[in-house]
Design a binder for this molecule. Structure first.
Ligand SMILES: NC(=O)c1ccc[n+]([C@@H]2O[C@H](COP(=O)([O-])OP(=O)(O)OC[C@H]3O[C@@H](n4cnc5c(N)ncnc54)[C@H](O)[C@@H]3O)[C@@H](O)[C@H]2O)c1
Length: 455
């Protein structure tokens, strides 16, 4: 069983994996082209923001070091995980540019290594990338043969930002795509030693594993999009309430309650791009992935359609407060954030936008530019607005009370995408409470529904 691991790419996923593996008693050598990331790890600090990472790195300094030299790390370790960016390219697929460069460096190092070594690609890629895109680079640069001289796996992790360390150490299962039996067996044994509860391991071909990773993400996002569709329908039914419907649906073991809360759509660095990539893959393989493409299309349109379907008339020049600009609570990441999309949509329709986020204010401010003024104080934000849109289920917004929102002489409209404040705000004087996913006009909805049966 391997005793020393190397991790190429000390970013949001890689740095957390390095610390997590070290915390299980193994030696870990991190590699990054960014000297700041390397210096941070060697100084016992987290190179990126992630829950618990600073403490875990500090607590495991004796087993964790970092270098900018791929050669040094490969020569001194038995298994290498490669976790470098695979950004979307213009076609919708994932670029292998960074991975190819890293595999070239690893190939050069393997040329100088005597023993067997397993290389594991962890970055998200499309089927075929590992075998046809990256393996030839390893063989060419090392002058060696995969299978005989070194092993190769594709093995993604199923993690969410904000809980990367916990998710990595306690997954539902591990997924191992293997070039051959020996590579897969070595990685399965490594995971069994690293992960405290020894989760089930699914071993398969490289291509099936590459597809499985994308399939997990696209399935989950389709579930989110489905719940958002139910929310839209519930708004049009007298007494409609998406939480009532979703809670019941969740009891069906075939469905489950997770990711079924109709609200705003999904965002972040991973989910949105995977549906696009699956659509691209299907097209180049001569078929279609209509479900994935529809999920992507409806998700991207959601910020606009939520406001439209709530029949919200926002007077030109009115001040609207958007609360929640990161793609989810407890995160500073604003990539593909629904809150940012909402703020931009509102600004384009003539609203004056003020906004707030507990962690993402600085990045959001750069992104919004003239589309919104990001304020540090939630109170200042609320004081100015005649319309408030709650875009993320952040505890800071859940803790708001009617008196934080109501203002004398003004009716404040609160669009609550996550229904956080229903109990506190429904029916309160001076507040027009508009929950996404619930009927707000039972008379109109009943009239429309009854008209269906009067022929
Ligand atoms: N962040 C997530 O939630 C998540 C979840 C699952 C999968 N992934 C996948 O993991 C991969 C990495 O994601 P991330 O969020 O950690 O990226 P990131 O941008 O946070 O970090 C990538 C790191 O790799 C380094 N790097 C780039 N090229 C390198 C090279 N040749 N050698 C050494 N280091 C190099 C960068 O300097 C950076 O520190 C992506 O493919 C992503 O899709 C990410």
């Amino acid at each position: 069983m391997p005793h020393t691991y190397s991790i190429v790419g000390l970013g949001k996923l890689g740095a957390s994996m390095a610390a997590a593996i070290a915390s299980r008693g193994f030696n870990v050598i991190g590699v990054d082209v960014n000297a700041h990331a390397v210096d941070a790890v060697n100084a016992g600090r987290a190179p990126v923001q992630e829950t618990g990472l600073d403490d875990l790195i500090a607590a495991n300094r004796e087993r964790l070091r970092a270098t900018t030299s791929h050669r040094e790390a490969i020569l001194d370790s038995d298994v290498t995980f490669v976790i470098v960016p695979t950004p979307s390219d213009e076609s919708g697929g994932f670029s292998l540019q960074y991975a190819a460069w890293a595999f070239g460096e690893i190939g050069d190092a393997l040329a100088q290594k005597a023993g067997y070594h397993v290389v594991v690609l962890t970055s998200t890629v499309l089927p075929g990338s590992t075998r046809y895109g990256l393996l030839p680079i390893l063989e060419q640069r090392s002058g060696k043969t995969c299978g005989a001289d070194f092993g190769l796996c594709y093995s993604p992790e199923f993690i969410a930002l904000g809980s990367v360390i916990r998710d990595f150490l306690h997954p539902d299962f591990t997924l191992v795509g293997e070039f051959d039996e020996r590579s897969g067996r070595a990685l399965e044994a490594a995971y069994a030693a690293i992960m405290p509860k020894q989760p089930p391991c699914r071993r398969m071909t490289l291509e099936n594993a590459e597809l499985t990773k994308i399939a997990v993400n696209t399935f989950v996002t389709t579930k989110v999009a489905y719940a958002n569709m139910l929310a839209d329908l519930c708004e049009r039914i007298p007494g409609g309430d998406v939480d009532v419907v979703s809670d019941a649906l969740g009891f069906d073991a075939r469905i489950g309650r997770k990711y079924l809360t109709g609200a705003l759509g999904f965002g972040g660095p991973c989910f949105p791009r995977d549906n696009v990539a699956l659509g691209y893959l299907a097209r180049v393989l001569g078929t279609r992935a209509d479900l994935a493409e529809t999920t992507d299309r409806t998700n991207r349109a959601l910020a606009g359609t939520v406001l439209e379907r709530l029949r919200l008339s926002i007077p030109h020049g009115a001040t609207v407060a958007v609360l929640g600009l990161a793609y989810k609570p407890f995160s500073h990441v604003i990539e593909e954030s629904q809150g940012i999309a909402l703020a931009k949509t509102l600004s384009r329709h003539g609203a004056r936008v003020v906004a707030h986020d507990p962690l993402a204010a600085a990045l959001a401010s750069q992104e919004l530019k003239d589309h919104g003024l990001v304020l540090d104080s939630l109170k200042d934000c609320l004081r100015q607005a005649s319309v408030i849109v709650i875009a993320t289920p952040d505890p800071a917004y859940q803790a708001l009370e009617a008196q934080d929102i109501a203002r004398p002489g003004v009716t404040v409209t609160v669009v609550d995408c996550w229904r956080l404040l229903a109990r506190k705000l429904s029916g309160r004087p001076g507040i027009n409470y508009v929950p996404v996913g619930r009927s707000t006009d039972d008379v109109r909805n009943a009239a429309r529904l009854s008209a269906l049966w009067q022929s």
